[in-house]
Design a protein around this ligand. Structure first.
Ligand SMILES: Nc1ncnc2c1ncn2[C@@H]1O[C@H](COP(=O)(O)OP(=O)(O)OP(=O)(O)O)[C@@H](O)[C@H]1O
Ligand SMILES: [Mg+2]
Length: 348
């Protein structure tokens, strides 16, 4: 423990002096009354009596207190009895104090972290409820209108389609949440394989072309890739990463903007993939929290274009499950760049 303890004799010395003084005085009185006072006898008696009472007190009291402390250690299961050594009682009093203080501060830290977790959990449940409410009420609205009876067939179809969209949105949120939970509890096993990353990007470009066209955003590579570039990873999951990053670059990109993808070698074994847009950009204060579940910047909230804010959290989990890294750089008004590393595949 590294703490020096001082053994104390004060109690035994003081008590022995008091007892010895009293008994010597008594002895002198008795001698005076019944015999003559014998000084040699008195001094010898005093010394012997003092020595005897000192040893009895020092030893007995020590044992007594030691046993009491031992009982405390035994009864208070939080204290480790093995810490209590058979040492002078003063030492063990200090050990007890040290142990109790340590226990108290450990518990304090534990309680603090539990409070943080509790807060996080409450916030999470609040967020889930909030996200589910909007599509749920939309569906409910259309369904109850339909139940009330809508004569026009075309309107009926329109309402049904909208309700269907709402349900789709609900399914999306629930499956995103499911995915996050699985990623966080390491339940999701990666299905690693070798695949062509250029082709994967091309497929995502094709898939999101219509969405990009609506804002006149061009999706492109920084240079022509005539040859395939093979990487190792879970194709489906990496597809999800790319899909969300490109989707974000469109959602938060400006009209007539560009989303540019670059694939370049980083080391012998790694590639760096960058997705750059010239959109709204992200304020510096948001960057550290960007990958948190449900986190959205005020800008995307006020523009009402954002999703549920789960995308980047899933992206980060997937990249980390691959033991890779994701980076973000952004400047308001200039644009954002999300980049991640991935393992190169040995040429086939
Ligand atoms: N390329 C980008 N440019 C500007 N802001 C971005 C960009 N990508 C992400 N953001 C900000 O980060 C937030 C979180 O992104 P994330 O992908 O996690 O959620 P989302 O796109 O809002 O919803 P989801 O992906 O779940 O549908 C976004 O709401 C947006 O505010
Ligand atoms: Mg997103």
């Amino acid at each position: 423990m590294g703490i020096k303890y001082r053994k104390s004799y004060k109690f035994a010395v003081k008590s022995s002096v008091v007892i010895t003084l009293f008994s010597t005085l008594l002895l002198l009185v008795l001698q005076y009354l019944f015999f003559n006072i014998n000084m040699l006898f008195t001094v010898t008696f005093t010394l012997l009596f003092f020595a005897f009472s000192f040893f009895v007190l020092q030893y007995r009291v020590e044992r007594f207190i030691y046993r009491r402390i031992q009982k405390i250690y035994k009864e208070v299961s939080i204290l480790d009895e093995s810490v209590l050594r058979n040492q002078p009682v003063t030492t063990d009093m200090q050990t007890l104090m040290y142990e109790v203080n340590k226990f108290a501060s450990d518990k304090k830290i534990e309680i603090e972290s539990l409070k943080v977790q509790e807060e996080y959990r409450r916030e999470f449940i609040g967020n889930v409820a909030h996200e589910l409410k909007t599509p749920l009420f939309t569906v409910q609205g259309y369904v109850s209108t339909l139940l009330d009876g809508v004569k026009d067939k075309a309107i009926r179809k329109k309402y049904l389609e909208r309700a269907d969209k709402g349900i789709e949105r609900l399914i999306d949120i629930v499956s995103d949440l499911d995915m996050i939970t699985k990623l966080e509890t390491n339940e999701l096993k990666l299905n690693k394989q070798t695949f062509d990353i250029v082709e994967l990007f091309q497929n995502v470009f094709d898939l999101l072309e219509m969405k990009a066209d609506k804002k006149d955003i061009t999706l492109m590579f920084d240079k022509d890739h005539y040859r395939s570039i093979y990487v190792n990873g879970d194709r489906e999951k990496i597809n999800q990463v790319v899909l969300n990053l490109i989707d974000n670059s469109i959602k938060y990109g400006k009209e007539n903007g560009t989303t540019e993808v670059s694939i370049e070698g980083l080391t012998d074994k790694k590639l760096l993939i960058r997705i750059t847009d010239n959109g709204y950009g992200i304020e510096k204060k948001h960057i550290p929290r960007l990958f948190e579940r449900f986190y959205r910047t005020d800008a995307s909230r006020s523009r009402d274009i954002g999703g549920s804010g789960l995308g980047l959290s899933i992206v980060k989990h997937i990249i980390e499950a691959h033991n890779e890294h994701i980076y973000v750089e952004s400047k308001v008004g200039v644009g954002s760049e999300f980049s991640f590393t991935i393992e190169k595949a040995v040429k086939k």
